[in-house]
Design a protein around this ligand. Structure first.
Ligand code: NAD
Ligand code: MG
Ligand code: MG
Ligand code: MG
Ligand code: MG
Ligand code: MG
Length: 340
């Protein structure tokens, strides 16, 4: 069993006298900065000059500096800008100001795992990675709870990197839920695998296939949306609470029988796993990382942007928007602070 830590294992005093620079004010950035501030830490946010998040962060009561000023000011520099821009920003605006005994922190291991960022030996390098979206990191903190986090230490220059990392995670509320120890290597590879095959890639394609099949067979798109997309969250909430057993308890026996009969028909296990192993191999040998870096550096994001546009035009997105506007469950106000 992986090593777990809870509030009793974390001592916020390790952050005493430490200035924390949170670089970026997107999904994770706003949550870390606000939670740390509410936990009594000394925080500033580092942003590009002219960033539209600047006024938003100040309105929330935070001090904002340019990335370089924040890096100079901070003893702990938390990288919460997009993974694909971190290496350039690090080289230009952060590396010059990292002093011995400082800490460089991440919420995902991509740039360390694939050696896009190679920090100097005198600094601590740790990971505080919430296993949930940034907006949930904030909303759970406000309601007295937290999102489970992963902790990892790549470099322990001060001999106190674990204590500081655990204190940081307590500061963002993660210790209330639980902290699991891992490595940058394993976090990066499992995070990429999970989001590509199951959580984001898998789920979106599965819902899209279901939606299209019903619509192409002549059923109302609104009906298809409810059955294949809207109910996904309700089902996942049950699994999240009590495993598949809790879902099966709550659904009808007819639905449970259909699960056993038809699940393996649409996802033939051995074939699906063979494909998943191929995705994993691309993650492990750096093929995926190289493709993502090239997409940003030399291809101007043409593939990424065309896929994003194509999806926005898909009837399932348009029907969903219409339904959300007209049904009382409404939108998620938490997402209003989302950037990009
Ligand atoms: P995001 O896309 O929501 O926000 C990125 C922020 O960086 C924005 O404020 C943007 O304006 C800013 N930014 C972009 N380019 C910049 C530049 N060149 N200079 C300065 N600022 C710049 O990002 P995110 O999803 O919060 O991801 C941040 C980190 O957290 C990533 O390492 C990601 O893998 C990790 N992470 C994210 C989630 C999540 O819920 N989104 C979960 C776990 C880990
Ligand atoms: Mg995003
Ligand atoms: Mg993840
Ligand atoms: Mg990820
Ligand atoms: Mg149903
Ligand atoms: Mg049942």
């Amino acid at each position: 069993m992986a090593k777990m830590y809870y509030e009793k294992d974390c001592d916020l005093n390790y952050l005493n006298g430490k200035k924390i620079a949170v670089i970026g004010y997107g999904s994770q950035g706003h949550a870390h900065a606000l939670n740390l501030k509410d936990s009594g830490c000394e925080v500033c946010v580092g942003l590009r000059e002219g960033s539209k998040n600047w006024a938003q962060a100040e309105a929330a009561g935070l001090t904002v500096k340019t990335v370089a000023e924040a890096a100079k000011w901070g003893d702990i520099v938390m990288m919460l800008i997009n993974d694909e821009v971190q290496a350039d920003v690090y080289k230009k605006d952060i590396a010059p100001y990292l002093e011995e005994g400082n800490a460089l922190a991440f919420a995902h291991g991509f740039n360390i795992r694939y050696k896009q960022i190679v920090p100097p030996t005198g600094v601590d390098v740790f990971m505080a990675a919430p296993k949930g979206p940034g907006h949930t990191v904030r909303s759970t903190y406000v309601s007295g709870k937290g999102v489970p986090c992963l902790v990892a230490v790549e470099q322990n220059a001060t001999g106190r990197a674990y204590e500081i990392a655990l204190a940081y995670i307590a500061g963002i509320g993660g210790a209330r839920a639980g902290i699991m120890e891992t490595t940058f290597h394993d976090e990066t590879e499992t995070d990429l695998f999970g989001e590509q095959t199951v959580l984001c890639g898998g789920v979106v394609d599965l819902m899209q296939c279901g939606f299209e099949t019903l619509v192409e067979a002549g059923y109302a798109p609104e009906n298809a949306y409810f059955e294949c997309i809207h109910e996904m969250k309700l089902i996942i909430d049950l699994i999240n609470k009590g495993g598949v057993a809790a879902m099966n308890y709550s659904i009808s026996d007819t639905a449970e029988f259909g699960e056993y009969v038809s699940g393996p028909r649409v996802l033939p296990h051995e074939e699906t796993k063979a494909r998943m192993r191929a995705v994993l191999a691309d993650i492990q040998d750096g093929t995926f990382a190289g493709r993502w870096i090239a997409e940003n550096k030399s291809r101007g994001r043409t593939f990424f942007n065309s896929k994003r546009d194509q999806l926005a035009k898909h009837p399932m997105e348009q029907v969903g928007e219409e339904l959300r506007r007209n049904m009382i469950w409404g939108g998620d106000k938490d997402l209003d602070t989302a950037s990009n």
